[in-house]
Design a protein around this ligand. Structure first.
Ligand SMILES: [Mg+2]
Length: 395
């Protein structure tokens, strides 16, 4: 039997794959062409098996694009073994060389891969973190990600989330770097810093993957000096995402760590950035790069290059759940991203994420991803919600 062919898998064979786009409360992205609440940006995925076990995952992509990707991928999946995530994900990558290699097809594979790890965990009775090698830690600190606001409003936003127990913050996008006004950029950062206790952790994300980002390396170097003076922990997406040489030069000269990589997909795309020394911190997104299978390989490679890994799967509760499992399966991971105030993170799970008094989250150690969706809650945001749980349900 050839290595790409499906093997008889019986009850653990893949029966159906469902895409359930989330609508209605899509958070703003700070993009120059802003996301509207009714836009579909995130899509939940279910993989149903013949025997009744279902795994869930998440893909960063609009519902109609994921549905089109599934039409391409389903012939490679139906009847396949649902308990071999790494082999199946590789089969999908290998067979979508011409139409995949990044973009929506790879993002859809990500959601499927996460769901397959969830299934493997349920079948074996192990959490995904254990399946991926073990548990380096029981808890991890989420940093609260907020869009930049005008000075005054920025501090108020941070204080609101400090009251919820967050101890670390990232501010980004919005007006920062977009008004040709260094004084405004610094005033926003100073306002945020003043809202934190002494030693509070603050990170800054320019968001240079935005459409028509107006700045170049010189802006990034000057801004890096300003951020270092305000004790900012890292400077993220400071230059355009394809500007490899600018990243290398910025990292060489900047006095604070340089972060990036959230737009890259597939392990191969990270290699030039890691081998050339573009980042101090790499931020692959498990809902884009090809899922947990690919994310783990990128993170290990990064660590071998001396680059810190911080996951970026923050867009839904399932993306966060995937990040939490990798945060325990890898050495040296002390943070996960947590979008502040998103219904797709806080409002779709049976047991909401809870911060401890020290601002950390427990990493689930129950089988699979360790996070259960609430069917009624998901139904508020997706007309296809029922089919995430019932393989017979229509979408
Ligand atoms: Mg970012």
């Amino acid at each position: 039997m050839g290595q790409g062919q499906a093997r008889p898998a019986g009850a653990l064979g893949i029966r159906r794959i469902v895409a359930a786009p989330l609508y209605g409360e899509s958070p703003k992205g700070g993009w120059s062409t802003e996301i509207k609440p009714g836009d579909s940006i995130q899509t939940l995925i279910a993989v149903h098996t013949e025997g009744g076990i279902t795994g869930h995952g998440s893909a960063f992509a609009p519902g109609p694009l994921v549905a089109a990707a599934l039409a391409l991928l389903e012939p490679l999946l139906i009847g396949e073994s649902a308990t071999e995530p790494e082999r199946i994900a590789e089969k999908l990558h290998q067979n979508t060389f011409w139409f995949g290699r990044g973009g929506t097809v790879t993002h859809a594979i990500s959601g499927i891969d996460i769901a397959l790890w969830d299934i493997l965990g349920q079948v074996t009775g192990l959490s995904v973190g254990r399946l991926m090698g073990g548990r380096h830690r029981e808890r991890v600190m989420p940093y609260c990600s907020l869009l930049m606001e005008e000075p005054g409003a920025m501090a108020a936003a941070i204080l609101r989330y400090r009251e919820q127990g967050f101890r670390a913050f990232k501010i980004g996008w919005g007006p920062f770097g977009r008004r040709d006004d260094h004084r405004l950029d610094e005033a926003i950062v100073a306002d945020a810093r003043a809202a934190l206790p002494p030693g509070g952790r603050l990170f800054v994300d320019a968001g240079a993957s935005d459409a028509y980002w107006p700045n170049g390396l010189k802006w990034a170097l000057r801004t890096a000096d300003m951020l270092a003076a305000h004790d900012v922990g890292w400077f993220e997406e400071a230059v355009r995402p394809d500007a490899l040489e600018d990243f290398v030069e910025l990292r060489r000269q900047a006095r604070l760590p340089i972060a990036g990589g959230e737009v890259l997909t597939r392990r191969q795309a990270f290699l030039p950035f890691l081998s050339r020394g573009a980042f101090d911190i790499v931020q692959p997104d498990a809902t884009k790069v090809g899922g947990l299978s690919e994310q783990r390989r990128i993170a290990w490679t990064a660590q071998d290059f001396g680059v810190r890994y911080v996951g970026h799967g923050w867009n839904t509760a399932l993306g966060l759940a995937a990040d939490l499992q990798l945060a325990t399966a890898l050495p040296g991971v002390d943070l996960v991203e947590y979008i502040g105030g998103s219904a797709y993170v806080d409002g779709i799970v049976a047991a909401p994420f809870r911060l401890d008094g020290d601002g950390t989250l427990a990493i689930p150690d129950t089988p699979g991803l360790g996070v259960a969706l609430d069917p009624d809650a998901v139904a508020r945001f997706s007309p296809a919600a029922a089919a995430l749980f019932d393989p017979e349900a229509a979408v």
